[in-house]
Design a protein around this ligand. Structure first.
Ligand code: HEM
Length: 198
């Protein structure tokens, strides 16, 4: 049995911990893919990173507004960063392409929890990205608003989310879809990076 399966089976760590273990390699691959493209070399390159974020957060919108997910995660609506990303683009004189609002039915809650784990977790790593953005003269109030810490602090904001994620009632047979959702989310960001940076 591999480590991931072992910790998962032990039930000793929560869902967020298991997701971390299940996606660590994917996260590292994504970090490398992003950093190799030097998104902080110029404002133009950073603009492309904003485009990656915009696309990702567009995909996330259906999860942030889903009533079942909102019932599981208090304050879910206010966690959305799409508008901040759009404002960052406007700060840099870049446009915000209109959304193609695809119709969809209710989302799969298990899958949605996986996607939200990735979106919310990315706010933790954002502290590092914010420092890099500062070298381009950007900050929480100009161009890098979406990388700012939440008012209550990054750590607390994350802990509140993890508590809700861990407590969410998901049937054992659906648990694999939470992991699949998180992996899909990472893969999607990876695809956007390759699409936009080449
Ligand atoms: C070059 C880009 C990135 C770097 C250097 C980076 C770095 C980091 C760091 C240092 C942490 C741990 C923070 C802490 O524990 O205090 C973290 C957490 C995390 N990041 Fe990233 N990150 C990057 C991009 C991303 C992206 C694009 C995503 C997804 C869209 C992402 C998703 C996550 C997740 C889900 C976590 C939480 C892991 C956990 O504790 O469960 N990261 N990142």
């Amino acid at each position: 049995m591999d480590v991931e399966a072992l910790v998962s089976k032990s039930g000793l760590i929560g869902r967020a911990g298991r997701l971390k273990a299940a996606t660590q390699a994917t996260h590292e691959r994504l970090d490398r893919t992003i950093l190799r493209r030097q998104p902080f070399a110029s404002r133009e390159a950073y603009g492309r990173l904003l485009d990656v974020q915009l696309r990702f957060h567009r995909e996330l919108a259906l999860f942030y507004r889903d009533p079942a997910l909102r019932a599981l995660i208090p304050g879910l609506e206010s966690r959305q960063r799409f508008d901040l990303i759009a404002r960052d683009r406007l700060d840099l004189g870049l446009g915000v392409p209109p959304a193609e609002d695809a119709a969809h039915g209710p989302v799969d809650v298990a899958t949605g929890l996986g996607w939200l784990y990735v979106a919310e977790g990315s706010s933790l790593g954002a502290a590092f990205l914010l420092k890099e953005a500062a070298t381009l003269g950007l900050s929480e109030t100009f161009g890098a608003r979406h990388l700012a810490a939440a008012p209550e602090g990054r750590g607390r904001h994350w802990k509140t989310f993890v508590a809700a994620l861990d407590a969410a009632d998901v049937a054992a047979e659906d648990e694999h879809r939470v992991v699949a959702g998180a992996r899909d989310a990472f893969r999607s960001v990876h695809r956007h990076v390759v699409d936009l940076f080449g």
